[in-house]
Design a protein around this ligand. Structure first.
Ligand code: NAD
Length: 285
């Protein structure tokens, strides 16, 4: 039997629709939410991501500000701008599109963003709060994954979740969020032995590796849920995930496609975080 396809586009539209309603309430009670995006350098993928974020802001009734710099921007210039945006009470979210040009200390820049405006959820203060279960900005891709599972009524509590990948932006935080939802979580990485046996125990598989079609159908437990975070290109330039979708679809019970799975969720969660920030600044919940 073929797995149910988890439609990230549909779920992200739902989240953005909800954010738009909340943004409208903000507008009525003072002002529209505002997201400031900093783009430095000429990375083509970053330019596309920033354009998509701006478009999502328009859809949701969020004011967007864009600050564009060349690859020769200095750390001081970026830090100066962040300081100005931190103290501007009409700005709710600040994000600096990564990667930054070489020579710029990314951690120094992202850590300069006020934790109250860190809508990407990367600041150590928000990471610490997330780990201790306190209210904070959750990182967008991991939070989007949990939203997808909940939207589809996929039980997390008590289930075995296996996360492949331990990056700070996906693997580690999604493991923490699954644990917070009472899953029994195993994190696999490049040094893991017996990967196949471990993945086979999973009711929920999250693949965040960055290797095309790395997770194959024979690694999956019959009927499991597969969340594919990977964004890769095949030799012929086609977009594909970390999971061999064409075959995995016959082993899994539910699966996200690439594109159209986790990808759209990331921006939707960014909109949600920006509105959340505005609501707390306007003092209503
Ligand atoms: P990363 O390179 O920082 O981390 C990859 C992880 O995979 C590492 O922790 C590594 O230990 C693990 N890994 C590598 N080889 C392995 C192996 N043979 N066996 C087991 N584990 C192995 O990558 P990342 O930033 O976490 O991104 C992962 C993928 O997700 C990429 O394709 C990226 O483009 C994509 N991504 C998508 C979104 C989205 O919005 N959909 C967001 C972020 C990242």
């Amino acid at each position: 039997m073929q797995a149910e396809i988890i439609n990230g586009k549909e779920i992200s539209e739902f989240i953005k629709g909800r954010a738009a309603k909340e943004a409208e309430k903000c507008k009525v009670s003072g002002r529209e939410p505002c997201l400031a995006v900093i783009l430095a350098g000429d990375d083509p993928a970053s330019q596309i991501y920033v354009k998509n974020k701006r478009r999502a802001c328009e859809e949701c009734g969020i004011r967007s500000l864009q600050y564009t710099f060349g690859a020769d921007v200095s750390e001081e210039e970026l830090l100066g701008l962040i300081e100005t945006l931190n103290s501007d009470e009409t700005v709710d979210g600040i994000l600096c599109q990564l990667p930054l040009p070489s020579g710029i200390d990314e951690a120094k820049i992202t850590n300069a963003i006020s934790p109250e405006k860190d809508v990407d959820g990367f600041h150590p203060v928000n990471v610490g709060k997330m780990l201790s279960g306190k209210d904070c900005f959750l990182p967008c891709t991991p939070a989007g994954i949990i939203e997808m599972l909940k939207y589809k009524n996929i039980e997390i509590s008590g289930k075995n979740a296996v996360v492949i990948g331990r990056s700070n932006i996906v693997g580690k935080p999604v493991s923490a969020l699954l644990l917070a939802e009472n899953a029994t979580v195993t994190v696999c990485h490049s040094k893991t032995k017996n990967l196949k046996e471990t993945v086979k125990t999973a009711d929920i598989v999250v693949a965040a590796i960055g290797k095309p079609k790395f997770i194959t159908a024979d690694m999956l437990k019959e009927g499991c849920t597969v969340i594919d975070v990977g964004i890769n290109r095949t030799e012929n330039g086609k977009l594909c995930g970390d999971v061999d979708f064409e075959n995995a679809v016959f082993a899994a019970g539910a699966i996200t496609p690439v594109p159209g799975g986790v990808g759209p969720m990331t921006i939707a969660m960014l909109m949600q975080n920006t509105v959340k920030s505005c609501k707390s600044r306007l003092n209503f919940h």
